[in-house]
Design a protein around this ligand. Structure first.
Ligand code: SF4
Length: 228
């Protein structure tokens, strides 16, 4: 008989390409820097279970884009999806893709759209098992970086619960100081990769981030090292 698990895994199979030092990604800067370091120094192919989780997330992202694009929702307009961004410094490049750039329209009392009051909003969609109480710092950092790269001053992190499409969202304003701190983190990871010096085990050392270790593909290697 047909083995659908095998079919899906085959379909999702991607050529494994190790990452290059000097090219970084917004999604990895808010998590544990030691994990990011391992992902460059001890590259591992994405496990099939994780590839399925990513694909399920992509499907939900497409659904949200369709909702925004719909004629039924006239107060929002999808300006761009999967919009590429790049931040270049003298030593490295940060590149990523913003889920959606949305135009939020404002109506006057007669129901007519007022062009002057329309505003652009960057939307970062996150699929999740449970809706969080607060915006996760790693997601806010990712969005801050996108706002810095585009100059768009308003952003939203939108969480979508996978099993029932319930949503929760958090407004994020462009914050230049936060943006600087994020670039400093990239400088830190770049330096430690170039020097071959492993960063501290950030997630393990922070009570709120310890959960990240349970999903870390380098947990075994990390546990053999000290935290510093
Ligand atoms: S096990 Fe935890 S502390 Fe170690 S690299 Fe992974 S996420 Fe970071």
């Amino acid at each position: 008989m047909i083995d659908f698990n095998k079919l899906i895994d085959k379909y999702l199979e991607r050529e494994f390409r190790p990452k290059q030092i000097g090219r970084y990604y917004p999604s990895e800067i808010g998590g544990c820097l030691r994990k990011t370091w391992y992902s460059y120094k001890v590259p591992k192919a994405t496990d099939t279970k994780l590839a399925r989780v990513f694909e399920a997330g992509n499907m939900l992202h497409e659904f949200i884009a369709e909702v925004i694009k719909s004629e039924k929702n006239k107060d929002v307009e999808l300006l761009q999806s999967e919009m590429p961004i790049q931040i270049k410094t003298k030593d490295f490049v940060i590149s990523g893709r913003i889920d959606n750039l949305v135009l939020l329209k404002v109506c006057d009392i007669n129901g007519k759209f007022k062009d002057d009051d329309c505003k652009q909003v960057l939307l970062e969609v996150k699929s999740t098992k449970f809706l969080p109480e607060f915006c996760k710092k790693e997601h806010e950092m990712q969005l801050q970086l996108y706002m810095r790269a585009t100059g768009v001053e308003n952003g939203i992190v939108l969480y979508v619960q996978k099993d029932n499409i319930e949503t929760k969202w958090f407004d994020v304003k462009l914050n230049v100081v936060e943006g600087e701190k994020i670039i400093e983190r990239f400088e830190k990871i770049h330096e430690s990769l170039v020097c071959g010096k492993m960063p501290i085990a950030e997630a393990k050392m922070n009570k709120e981030d310890k959960w990240m270790c349970d999903y870390c593909p380098w947990k075994e290697e990390c546990d053999k090292e000290g935290s510093f």
